[in-house]
Write a protein that binds this ligand. Structure first.
Ligand code: PHE
Length: 412
């Protein structure tokens, strides 16, 4: 049943046993929301960029990358789950949709950039609900300096200035050591250099976070930020950062000191530096009070007209159209592999953004035959209009028939 080629951004690519990109996803590729003036994602992106005025600001790299770019050049182990067909979208064996903006680190460093930001759409197969969408946006930031006393002087000078600025601000930082046995320095790096780089990373990001959230707290309330140890295949030490905002700890970014192997792959073996990756939707949902991640894709003027470049405004929800819940139960074929994400992609392909939420409500294995049955509940609800019964029934019928045809399930 496989089509011989898929057309992606104006070019045909041969398909193979890895091809799993759906048409709903293909339709998102040209949209590039982060480049649309007055869109909340573009507003947030500009705000981040304004905190790094001397950095290069990149935004037009193709989402099509090789698994080498996305994984291998960043030292992902060969059995990393991110590589699987259930987690990532593949065009074929040779091309995939980037799952993170880090996929471009080696290219950008190779071009000679030493301090840069890159904003882009990224793709991960995922469940469907108000805060998960298979396309989202990240801003990658990185800085490298020469790994010698000249580079370290630059960093120290910078650290002193940033420290001064943060000391004068109403911010409480829960810090952790720059290095620890579980978050070590790299074998051939000078630990003192690594500490200076890690400190520069932390100061730079604390100052960014202060800029994004600081002015939006109640008067006198301090901004609370906490640093946590993390692991990424191409950084060590590595960190995650959480911000306390509206009564919740919110994880907003991952970062770390870049591995020597990644720098070697980028032809800058004598540099040392850091990188971070910031998820834009999460932050934008909080800053603009946007309750559902699908709204970023809305064309409705009642949504779009509420935002203006350069301003953080509070979204005023307009009335929701009624929800329509429909269940579907089916027997899985005996030998088949069937993943939640396969179901979610199929539903999205049929119904697009009309599906608000998909939940598995039941799973059952018949003891005698060992056959497995599952039930999903789909919530159909448009954000832009009210749906007719005929329309939801027809969408639901299409879901059933594509399940039967594509996965050989037996509808109960
Ligand atoms: N790419 C990582 C992610 O998507 C974030 C990251 C970027 C971590 C740069 C370290 C360095 O989670």
């Amino acid at each position: 049943r496989r089509v011989p080629v898929v057309r992606i951004l104006g070019r045909d690519y041969p398909t193979d046993c890895m091809t799993n990109i759906s048409s709903a996803i293909r339709d998102k590729l040209p949209l590039r929301l982060h480049t649309r003036r007055n869109h909340p994602l573009a507003i947030l992106r500009s705000l981040v960029e304004s905190h790094f005025p001397s950095y290069s600001h990149l935004d037009s790299l193709s989402p099509l990358v090789t698994p080498e770019q996305n994984f291998d050049l960043l030292s992902f182990p060969i059995d990393h789950p991110g590589r699987s067909l259930t987690d990532s979208y593949y065009i074929n064996k040779h091309f995939m949709l980037r799952t993170h903006t880090s996929a471009h680190e080696v290219d950008v460093f190779s071009r000679g950039e030493t301090h840069w930001l890159l904003t882009a759409d990224v793709y991960r197969r995922d469940e469907i609900d108000a805060s998960h969408y298979p396309v989202f946006h990240q801003t990658e930031g990185a800085r490298i300096v020469s790994a010698d006393s000249h580079g370290m002087d630059q960093i120290e000078h910078d650290n002193a200035q940033l420290e001064q600025h943060l000391n004068r601000s109403n911010i409480i930082i829960q810090d952790i050591p720059h290095l620890s046995t579980t978050n070590p320095c790299q074998p051939h790096h000078d630990p003192n250099h690594t500490k200076l780089i890690a400190k520069n990373l932390k100061l730079s990001l604390n100052s960014l976070i202060l800029g994004l959230f600081g002015g939006r707290l109640n008067a006198g309330e301090p901004l609370r930020v906490r640093w946590i140890e993390a692991t990424f295949p191409w950084t060590t030490p590595s960190f995650e950062v959480e911000v306390f905002f509206r009564d919740k700890w919110l994880e907003i970014l991952g970062c770390g000191v870049i591995h020597q192997s990644t720098l070697d792959n980028s032809n800058v073996p004598n540099k040392l530096g850091w990188a971070f990756g910031l998820g834009l939707e999460r932050i934008a949902m909080i800053l603009f009070s946007i309750p559902d991640i699908r709204l970023f894709w809305s064309q409705d003027p009642r949504f779009l007209s509420q935002f203006k470049q350069g301003e953080i405004t509070t979204f005023k929800p307009y009335s929701k159209y009624p929800a329509c819940f429909k269940d579907i139960s089916f027997w899985l074929p005996g030998d088949a592999t069937f993943h939640d994400n396969d179901f979610c992609d199929l539903v999205r392909d049929v119904a697009g953004d009309i599906v608000e939420d998909v939940k598995m409500t039941d799973a059952y294995t018949q003891p005698k035959t060992n056959r497995k049955s599952v039930c999903y509940r789909i919530n159909y609800r448009s954000m832009d209009r009210s749906l007719s019964n005929e329309e939801t029934n027809s969408l639901h019928a299409q879901v059933a028939s594509r399940l039967q045809d594509g996965f050989g399930v037996e509808i109960r």
